[in-house]
Design a protein. Structure first.
Length: 329
């Protein structure tokens, strides 16, 4: 019998790649998205399959699924600075009301649920690298607070359902991930840099560029999520690539890879921008036997080629973005 899986945020970057995986695994995939940040073009290629269906719905409203459910992957959420600074209330609601609705549905269907948390629960960390036992250093009323606290609440209510109701829950703390289907104008550092290169603009760094990030290619992350879903581990677990690089060196890497001649320009570092970001993936290695396998140079080439294949019209949509308004993750 086919297993049934509900994927929320299915038309987004991560959600659409999860749809690909479970359609390929011959699950009956129920994809749900309100399209506030997701795009149908990310899943249009799946509509021809008899084991895929799309429901246009906002998970902050009651979710009615008539069929049996074996699994729920809750990936609905604005996930980039431009998104959650433009729609702060929706960001808080999807992390709270949306998660509550998904957990209630999982309980009623006796389904296992995995929620997409984030490295942002660590805030601007005071320990490095970040391990799961660290409680974080978060400003709840700062410009990033709506996203950080929505995800921290999401973890809290998920663990409450697990401990009080015995619900089978999984929590993935996802670090910076990249690959095809990211939006060029979403404010994250990788598409921002590539978009600037493709438009012939100088690359913008906020601060002195010494802040670090650790980039995981999408295929590696999706493999980790699948292993976590099928594990017996209910506490939060880091999923990301521990290969750390400064933003300044990353900008130089993008320029070199693309063969462009752009300069790097520096602007003021936004409030609460994390200075360090690197996952400790010891638990993922020990519990899931998982670690990233795709080298950054290989993943960047695939991602650059994807963005380079976009039409001139799509590329021009991003050229007037004022990145000074946003925090680059």
């Amino acid at each position: 019998m086919r297993k049934n899986i509900l994927i929320t945020g299915a038309a987004g970057f991560l959600g659409s790649h999860l749809c690909d995986l479970y359609v390929k695994k011959d699950f009956h995939v129920i994809a749900m998205d309100n399209l506030i940040t997701g795009e149908l073009k990310n899943i249009n290629h799946l509509l021809k399959y008899d084991n895929f269906e799309f429901i246009h719905h906002d998970v902050t409203n009651y979710i009615d699924i008539s069929c049996r459910l074996d699994y729920i992957l809750h990936f609905a959420s604005p996930a980039s600075p431009i998104d959650y600074l433009k729609i702060p209330i929706q960001t808080l609601k999807v992390g709270s009301l949306g998660t509550h609705n998904c957990l209630g549905l999982a309980k009623s269907k006796n389904a296992r649920i995995l929620i997409a948390s984030t490295s942002e629960v660590y805030g601007d960390p005071q320990i490095h690298p970040q391990e799961e036992s660290y409680w974080g250093h978060v400003n709840p009323i700062g410009p990033r607070g709506v996203y950080d606290e929505a995800k921290r609440f999401q973890e809290a209510i998920t663990m409450a359902y697990h401990k009080f109701h015995g619900l089978e829950t999984r929590i993935a703390r996802i670090f910076n991930t990249y690959g095809p289907r990211m939006r060029l104008n979403d404010g994250r550092v990788l598409p921002a840099f590539i978009g600037q290169v493709l438009r012939g603009d100088d690359l913008t760094i906020f601060g002195d560029g010494s802040q670090t990030r650790s980039f995981c290619y999408i295929d590696d992350l999706i493999a980790g999520i699948d292993l976590l879903l099928n594990s017996d581990y209910s506490d939060p677990i880091n999923l990301g690539n521990p290969s750390e690089i400064s933003i300044r060196d990353f900008a130089k890497e993008i320029i070199k890879m693309s063969g462009s001649k752009q300069k790097i320009i520096y602007k003021e570092l936004p409030m609460d921008d994390p200075k360090k970001r690197q996952p400790d993936i010891t638990k993922a290695k020990d519990i899931l036997s998982w670690e990233p396998r795709i080298d950054r140079s290989e993943g960047l080439k695939i991602t650059y080629d994807y963005f380079n294949s976009l039409s001139e019209e799509e590329l021009k949509k991003t050229e007037h973005n004022d990145f000074n308004k946003y925090i680059i993750r």
